[in-house]
Design a protein around this ligand. Structure first.
Ligand code: PHE
Length: 352
């Protein structure tokens, strides 16, 4: 009896497996049709109840195995069918690839260039790897002059061997854009209205310094250029770039290559130059309502001479400032760490 029952179970399994594969019923319905209490397997279960204990166990195990196989056939078919029938809406909008934008420093360089172009200044490029002569000595800083210490300079070994003096052969990564001053004068086209924007390098890396940063240098040389022109130039830029309500001031300072020299401050955009916030608190961005912006001055006669310009006929001013700092001042952002600008962190960069 149990042998023929075993044979029946196997036959039923073969038949139901075939049905499972070809059926179009959904999974739940098919499971109850092929494996439920009213199915052929259901009837067999009832017969098993009449068997002896040993037979019950043997046939019961076989029945369970066969039911499992049929169930697997059903499940396999269901996955296949859903894969085949997966529907997708061709009219749904596609996913847009992320679109980049210009880095905040590039944006600032473009804005600065446009502002100065409007008053006849031309953007020029000068080497970012230059000789010690253009970076220091021609700017009235002889070798070993202590003022050089302020520019934490990277000196690099130079393959240049010509008959120039050793100081001219020494090569530096330019620590400021002032190397463009004498180079521009050497072009011999007067008057000069120059904006030199370039990368600069200094041996400094901390929360307020990056070893590579940008400066822009304005230089104007003509007959009778005065401090008044310098102040007008600064005011024009400050109002165009930061807004008409901002003011600037010149503070006496010292640079070897300008005489007299000034540091340029602008009124703080957060406290409006008052150093007091609308809520009564002290402004933490500025010092007494002023922010330091640039170094400037009237070009030293020695520098004019080094560029082949006659100081008895011509005079000029020069001014240099940092692009990163200027851009941060405009957006009113006080970065905890300026190195973030160059850390390729998209979450940070996408804010600007
Ligand atoms: N080169 C100076 C600096 O890097 C700035 C400066 C430029 C000062 C031109 C005077 C004139 O600090």
């Amino acid at each position: 009896m149990s042998d023929s029952l075993a044979a029946t179970i196997k036959r039923v399994k073969e038949k139901l497996t075939k049905e499972a594969v070809s059926s179009l019923l959904d999974e739940a319905l098919l499971v109850s049709k092929l494996l439920g209490p009213k199915s052929e397997f259901g009837n067999i279960s009832k017969e098993i109840a009449t068997l002896s204990k040993d037979e019950k166990q043997q046939i019961g195990t076989l029945l369970n195995e066969c039911k499992r196989e049929v169930l697997q056939a059903i499940q396999k078919r269901t996955t296949k069918n859903t894969e085949k029938e997966e529907w997708f809406d061709v009219s749904t909008p596609g996913q847009r690839p992320p679109i980049g934008h210009l880095h905040i420093v590039t944006q600032a360089i473009t804005d600065i260039t446009r502002i100065f172009e409007r008053i006849g200044f031309t953007r020029v490029r000068h080497p970012e790897i230059d000789t010690d002569w253009y970076a220091f000595e021609s700017l009235n800083m002889p070798p070993d002059h202590p003022a050089r210490d302020e520019w934490e300079t990277f000196f690099i070994q130079s393959p240049i061997t010509n008959n120039q003096s050793p100081t001219k052969r020494k090569i530096v990564l330019t620590p400021h854009t002032s190397n463009g001053q004498v180079r521009e004068m050497e072009k011999g086209n007067l008057p000069i209205r120059m904006i030199n924007i370039a990368k600069c390098y200094r041996r400094q890396s901390d929360i307020s310094h990056v070893p590579m940063f940008h400066q822009f240098e304005g230089m104007y040389i003509d007959k009778n250029v005065s401090i008044g022109h310098l102040k007008g130039f600064i005011d024009y830029f400050v109002k165009q770039y930061f807004g008409p309500e901002r003011k600037s001031r010149l503070r006496p300072f010292h640079f070897q290559f300008t005489e007299p020299s000034f540091e340029v401050d602008i009124t703080c955009g957060i406290c409006n130059g008052t150093s007091i916030l609308p809520n009564g608190g002290d402004c933490k961005l500025c010092k007494g309502g002023w922010l330091e912006l640039a170094g400037s001055g009237m070009i030293h006669p020695n520098v004019l001479k080094n560029g082949g310009v006659d100081p008895s006929k011509y005079s000029g001013f020069a001014i240099g400032w940092g692009v990163e700092r200027t851009a941060m001042m405009k957006s009113g952002t006080k970065l905890d760490d300026i190195r973030l600008l160059y850390s390729n962190d998209l979450q940070f960069l996408e804010q600007f």
